[in-house]
Design a protein around this ligand. Structure first.
Ligand code: FAD
Length: 320
């Protein structure tokens, strides 16, 4: 794939304090100016609430031309609560979803696993399709970026993404179990995969090929993140469940300055992005850590950003 035609998207999380909330609108504006396919907003992770996710989604809907994607989780919910939640997001105007199960809280009561009525993300995908069919008239279904053909079925109009784990979900016993999970999500109506973080392009590329060979027909976007600070590094290690590759570990260790470590992280992520696109990835999904500068630098170095004047403010420094 030519880098100049590659697509990309971003992930944000709801702000955790007033300072972060004050900085977020400018970050969203800079990310939106880069004309991504969508900006996704996490849900329920790290104690964030439904309202805080909806606030960020509404901001994207009302202040930008970019289509937002709402992460939704069902863990711990009754069927009725999940129905209500989906209706609320649809009524706010959201038409793209990332359906994830979420992680059950530790210390569930004896005999209970804390998962709730909806046992998997595949069931959540089905429920989103069902609620959306009741709630949104067919004529109002438009998803920017999807082809506007009269022959599209209702299911094809709604983008429902699901999680994919190139190095295996922590609870799965083998990669084939993860691919079976993806096939179950596809059968439920999912039409996009987005991966957990990983460090090596080959991990993603071999997983995507195995998924395709097994019958997963939807595109799987690799999720990547520039490691520009110790906080991001520990988050990446936590999410990927892997050790830091030794070359990156050595470079970060010997570099004495914050600025130098940022540069290493951006260059490293750009190299990973290039290898993924060259290997056939359908695009890149960038975990932003709610900051635009590093992810835009990564895309710029890969050579996929639109003309620089439309995103000129991206070079302004943001608060950490
Ligand atoms: P499921 O698909 O329901 O799978 C759960 C477990 O069951 C896995 O072990 C899976 O392998 C297994 N399984 C499912 N179906 C099958 C099957 N048919 N056969 C065999 N095994 C099966 N969490 C949040 O709380 N909020 C977020 O916003 C959020 N966003 C995320 C975004 C991305 C891109 C990713 C990768 C993860 C995100 N998560 C989020 C984390 C996610 O909730 C957890 O990883 C959770 O443990 C699994 O979610 P899932 O949707 O993959 O679950």
């Amino acid at each position: 794939m030519s880098c100049t035609t590659a697509r990309y998207s971003f992930e944000l999380y709801p702000p955790r304090n007033e300072r972060a909330a004050a900085a977020l609108p400018a970050t969203i504006d800079r990310l939106a100016a880069a004309r991504p396919d969508f900006i996704s907003v996490t849900y329920g992770a790290n104690g964030s609430s439904r309202t805080s996710s909806l606030d960020v989604l509404r901001h994207i809907l009302e202040r930008t031309d970019v289509s937002p994607m709402a992460h939704l989780t069902c863990v711990g919910s009754s069927h009725e609560e999940a129905n209500r939640l989906i209706r609320e997001f649809l009524d706010a105007g959201v038409r793209r979803f990332l359906a994830v199960r979420g992680d059950p809280p530790e210390g569930a009561a004896p005999g209970e696993d804390g998962i709730g009525d909806i046992r998997s993300s595949a069931e959540l995908v089905q429920l989103i399709h069902r609620v959306q069919a009741e709630r949104v008239p067919y004529g109002e279904l438009t998803v920017p970026g999807l082809p506007a053909q009269a022959v599209l079925t209702r299911r094809e109009h709604v983008q429902i993404a699901v999680a994919a784990f190139p190095n295996g979900h922590p609870a799965s016993h083998s990669i084939s179990q993860d691919i079976d999970a993806l096939l179950a999500k596809q059968a439920a109506g999912a039409n996009l995969g987005i991966t957990q973080l990983f460090f090596h392009a080959e991990d993603y590329l071999s997983f995507a090929q195995k998924a395709k060979d097994a019958g997963v027909a939807f595109p799987i976007l690799p999720g990547i993140m520039p490691v520009t600070s110790p906080a991001r590094l520990s988050r990446m290690l936590e999410l990927s469940g892997e050790d830091l590759p030794s070359d990156l570990a050595i470079q970060l260790e010997v570099e004495p300055t914050d600025e130098g470590r940022r540069e290493i992280g951006i260059e490293w992520a750009a190299g990973l992005g290039r290898r993924l696109l060259d290997g056939g990835a359908p695009g890149l999904h960038l975990y932003t850590f709610n900051q635009s500068e590093a992810v835009l630098s990564v895309l710029d170095r890969i050579g996929v950003l639109p003309a620089p004047d439309s995103i000129s403010s991206a070079t302004e420094r943001e608060p950490a």
